[in-house]
Ligand binder design. Structure first.
Ligand code: BGC
Ligand code: ZN
Length: 324
């Protein structure tokens, strides 16, 4: 479960499928195959799997398997928008949307979907930077130290970048410890502003914004170095208004050839990348991923616990339900 589930439950985001007055939530799943149709060869009963979230619409991007890039006004996401999700004992789906997870990752399989959010964003950044005939990113910043911020820090560290992760909470803070275990730097913005942090440890070649707070985007734009790329991954259902130094930000973007890109999750390519990076993380930082699984809830009947944990500021990183 994540912030999206919180927003859905508060009726700020998402929609029920046509003909239903409820939505089965759950888009971060992990499960085991029980049965397959006669023509399915990709997975077999007993395999561990995660299903993707987006389902195809009608645009040209949907037709080539990149549903995450749809230009349709309506998008379909299991557990979020117009399609039921996975917080249930069983679900059925086309094997096209089912991604196999190796046995050795089954204890952390539920982290695959949030990992794909990060995989897509970072992959897009590298694709975009092919515009520079040579791009050797050395310094990255991550905004936010929730699940997405932690996983973004992990993926960037696996690429060998010097990573500075910013979030509000001051130390001692479990998430800050987890960041430092990856060999990254943690900065509390209560002590050091993003702009001061950027002066000290930047300028950043890549910034990944995953705080859920749109205001941080404009600080991120200023923390970004020349020729840098800023990836925006916060889904903000609100209507916040803020003042910003527009001329300065614009000027620095123009004179510095900077890029900013939005990223919404994710097609199966990124699920496959996520499996690869999670396996590498288990090899490089053994046991680290498991530490994100802070708040299990046993049994679907205890669903109200899920929301209690999700909304209470008790330091939970990942709240999840053990359905079976
Ligand atoms: C999910 C994504 C989804 C996005 C927008 C996120 O919470 O993880 O799969 O595309 O919300 O609805
Ligand atoms: Zn999500």
């Amino acid at each position: 479960m994540d912030g999206t589930d919180k927003e859905i439950n508060a009726a700020e985001y998402g929609a029920a499928p046509p003909g239903y007055d409820f939505l089965v939530i759950g888009h971060e799943g992990f499960g085991q195959v029980e049965a397959v149709g006669p023509n399915v060869t990709e997975v077999k009963p007993g395999d561990y799997v995660v299903a993707t979230v987006r389902r195809p619409g009608n645009s040209i991007y949907d037709l080539i398997g990149t549903n995450d890039m749809t230009t349709d006004d309506t998008y379909y996401e299991r557990g979020i928008n117009l399609r039921h999700g996975y917080l249930t004992e069983h679900y059925v789906d086309d094997v096209e949307f089912i991604v196999k997870v190796p046995k050795g990752l089954k204890h952390v399989g539920v982290l695959l979907e949030p990992t794909t959010v990060v995989e897509k964003g970072i992959h897009q950044a590298y694709e975009i930077q092919r515009r520079l005939k040579v791009w050797r990113p050395r310094k990255a910043a991550v905004m936010g130290a929730g699940t997405i911020g932690l996983l973004a820090t992990m993926v960037l560290r696996l690429k060998g970048l010097d990573v500075t992760t910013f979030a509000r909470t001051t130390k001692p803070y479990l998430n800050a410890d987890l960041i430092e275990e990856l060999g990254a730097r943690y900065i509390s913005t209560k002590e050091t502003s993003i702009l001061d942090g950027a002066k000290q440890y930047g300028p950043f070649d890549l910034v990944f914004e995953g705080t859920g707070n749109s205001g941080v985007v404009f600080d991120s734009m200023q923390a970004l170095g020349k020729n840098g790329v800023l990836v925006l991954a916060s889904v903000t259902g609100g209507d916040k208004m803020i003042q910003i130094p527009a001329d300065r930000i614009n000027l620095e973007f123009v004179l510095g050839n900077k890029v900013m890109v939005g990223t919404v999750n994710a097609n199966r390519e990124y699920f496959e990348m996520g499996v690869g990076d999670m396996a590498q993380a288990e090899a490089e930082y053994p046991g680290w991923l498991s530490k994100l699984l802070t708040d299990p809830v046993k049994g679907l009947e205890n669903y109200s616990e899920l929301f209690k944990k999700l909304t209470s500021p008790n330091g939970a990183i990942k709240v999840f339900c053990e359905v079976a």
